[in-house]
Structure formats: structure tokens, C-alpha cells
Design a protein around this ligand. Sequence first.
Ligand code: ATP
Length: 313
Amino acid sequence: MGEKSSTGEANNSLLLHGKYELGRLLGHGTFAKVYHARNLKSGKSVAMKVVGKEKVMKVGMMEQIKREISAMNMVKHPSIVQLHEVMASKSKIYIAMELVRGGELFNKIARGRLREETARLYFQQLVSAVDFCHSRGVYHRDLKPENLLLDEDGNLKVTDFGLSTFSEHLRQDGLLHTTCGTPAYVAPEVIGKKGYDGAKADIWSCGVILYVLLAGFLPFQDDNLVALYKKIYRGDFKCPPWFSSEARRLITKLLDPNPNNRITISKIMESSWFKKAVPKNVMGVKREELDLEEKIKQQEECKSSTMNAFHII
Ligand code: ATP
């Protein structure tokens, strides 16, 4: 953070673009550091993701960063981390996002498995967010507890759209062909080379997440990657005895190795396990509720803000 910002002030003087005051480091990923920041005008706190352009370009990841920004721009939903704005200096990209203060769901599971009611609430929020992404033609492709943050009220927020893609990237066969994601959470058809439906692959990852929430460990595990992929391919997992029969039934449908037989999001939402006590805020933004006019308006807003962002990058 030793470079000069566009205002001419050194970034480590904590002033960014004269607009944000940068604070402590919240965490870092492969290409970015995430800081606490305060919008000087509104006084509101945000999470500021700082990406080094050189590092990203060296490994040919600039398109991926742009895709992450575009995807976040397209999905405004209470269970998805919101993008506020994107800024750039000569050497860095600054992504101002909603600040989520409760840490990763991963850390919570690391302390032990969850009660079924708690797991249900997270799963309902996750599925609602994923449904919304799919309705916008966005496939996350890296759903896992490390990419699910918790806010102060314990609500789940999906983040890290770094591996996401859009329906317009489907090949002529209507399928995606890039193998990506995290091995333990990846669907069998993503490992194969025949192409896959991004929505069905995300649903599989939701199944692995639900299993992990209820069990406290992964459904498919092996130190050897080939052996792990074989287990995933065969859908070779067992539910521990403490899973309720309804949870078992749902997980078996989510982790169906045949994507054509795998449960769809609307069927998940109709399942008895999912439907128990759905909190009002979870189902606040359902695909059916968005009328065409609203969809077009949102898409146009997204397009113009993304274009602005890419102009400066
Ligand atoms: P990679 O993208 O390389 O897999 P990552 O997902 O961990 O890594 P980032 O998205 O850059 O990387 O996030 C780094 C860390 O910053 C996260 O692990 C999280 O602890 C923190 N963080 C990210 N986004 C937010 C946010 N909106 N609010 C609060 N903390 C955040």
C-alpha cells in the first residue's frame, strides 16, 4: 500500500481518492487484501478489496477480476455481499463492498457441527441467494463455507464471485466447459470433460455445504485427489446417524451424481425440510416476484455501472 493514490496522497496515509479512509486489514486472498474503510461523506463503513493490477495481469487474471465485478453488479440481494463502487489507480483496483462483520461460516463450522434449525436458516438464505444469481444468469462456481460470510445478526452473505460466469458464456451445446472450483465441493460433471450446467453444479455445492453444516465434516474426503474425484463421481457418501430422515432425503437428492436427476432449486424450496419455518427476509426476493420491467431496469443499471468501472480499470 505504498503507492500514490489518484488524489496524490500516499495510500498509507489512509486516504483513498479523498473519499475513503482505509483502516485495518480484514483478511487477504490470493490476489487481494481486504481492508476496513470508512466513506468520509456518509460515515458508513465498507470492506475495501485492494487488488494489485501487476500481480493479476502477470497471471492473466484481469478478465476474472472484471467478471467478479460484473457478477457482483448484477446480483443485488439481501443474502449476497453488495458491491458499492469500483475505483482504480495506476497500479491498483479498489472494490468497495458491503462490510460483513461476523466472519466466515467456515470458522463457525470449525467449532463444531450446527443444530438442524441453524443449518436450515443458513441453507435457506444460501439457496435464496443462489436462485437469485441463476435468475440473473450468474453461476457462482465456487460455493463453499469460506465464501459465505455472516453479518452481525447471523445472516449469511454469499461472496467471492471470482470464479463466477454468465449464461452468455455457454458454448453452442448450452454448457460450460471450464473446470474450476474447490475439489471437495465440485460437482462430478465439472470434473468430467463433457461440459456442465452451471446451475446444477452450484446446486451440488449447496448439497456439500448442507452436509458439512449438519455433519461438521465433508461428505467426500480423501488425501488423494484421484480417489476423492472417484468418490464424488460415484456419489459415494454416507449420512451420519444424527441426520433427520428429511435432511437425509434432501441431501441424497442434492448430491445425485447425475445432474439430470439432481433436484432443482424450486423443488428444494418445496421440500419439507427446507420449508420448515422459512424466515420472511429469506424469501424476500424471489425470481417470480421480479416483473419484467424491474428486471430490465436492474440490468441497465448494472450495465452502466460496470461500464464505468471498466472504463477506469
Ligand atoms: P481467494 O479469492 O484467493 O480464494 P478469498 O476469497 O479468501 O481468497 P477475498 O475475497 O480477497 O479472498 O477475501 C479475503 C478475506 O477478507 C476473506 O477471507 C474475509 O475474511 C475478508 N473479507 C472479504 N470480503 C469481506 C467483506 N465484504 N466484509 C468483511 N470481510 C471480508
